[in-house]
Ligand binder design. Structure first.
Ligand code: ADP
Length: 221
């Protein structure tokens, strides 16, 4: 279930991840109740969120007192203290919060959160680490991975396909990727067709598996 516009969201754990989520939700027009066990953090965030409360959310009575059961969406940003993260998700699940998002620090943590009742689990450190490795590798300018393998990426047009149309270079059959669009210097993105010419310095948006995209990006004349 998505967080509807302006519906209040409960964000528990106002560390780096939780506070980034809370700030973005505020910018999008949601009311945000931010909760943390650390009074210093609660005070620091007080002016930035709709409301902030100091509480230990491993205690279901504390969650009840916050009115957690009235929220339709919640985010648990506790990561380092796995026990606190799991007990908080369990409490929200017992209070039947319909949408619980939780941050996991590793695969096992993620599996426990799933069993405990989290509906959406995110792995910010692992995902960002993988992303940095692909970008640092230098061939991709940007990419979004959708499930375990499928991705959309932005990259400079590889030499061998420059100077011909997409139909002629036959990229889909040869490399398994689909070219979605092309960005030419000082021009808007255009959707790719078989007749699209690829010019030097063109930036391409392609889809495929990460392996196919990496292989495509690495082709040389
Ligand atoms: P990050 O890496 O995103 O900063 P952390 O796991 O280090 O994540 O921090 C999460 C936040 O969760 C901390 O501010 C911490 O005070 C808070 N927190 C930890 N345990 C509890 C708890 N039992 N109840 C409420 N907040 C908690």
């Amino acid at each position: 279930m998505s967080a509807d516009r302006r519906k209040p969201v409960l964000v528990i754990g106002l560390g780096r991840f939780g506070s980034a989520v809370a700030h973005s939700l505020m910018r999008m027009g949601h009311e945000v109740l931010g909760v943390d066990a650390n009074p210093r953090l609660v005070e620091m965030m007080a002016a930035e969120l709709t409301q902030t409360v100091e509480a230990d959310t491993t205690d279901i009575d504390a969650l009840r007192a916050l009115g957690a059961g009235e929220f339709t969406s919640s985010v648990v940003g506790i990561g380092t203290d796995i026990e606190a993260s799991v007990l908080t998700v369990l409490g929200l699940s017992d209070l039947k919060v319909p949408s619980i998002w939780a941050k996991a620090t590793n695969d096992n943590h993620g599996r426990i959160l799933q069993r405990t009742g989290a509906h959406h689990i995110v792995f910010p450190e692992a995902r960002m680490g993988e992303r940095v490795a692909h970008l640092l590798n230098g061939r991709l300018i940007d990419f979004i991975k959708f499930d375990d393998r499928f991705a959309i990426a932005k990259l400079a047009a590889p030499g061998p396909i420059v100077g011909v149309t997409l139909a002629l270079s036959d990229v889909r059959r040869k490399y398994g990727i689909t070219v979605i669009g092309i960005k030419r210097l000082d021009e808007d993105f255009v959707y790719a067709t078989p007749d699209t010419w690829v010019l030097p310095d063109d930036i391409m948006i392609v889809s495929g598996t990460i392996e196919q995209i990496e292989r495509f990006a690495a082709i040389r004349a």
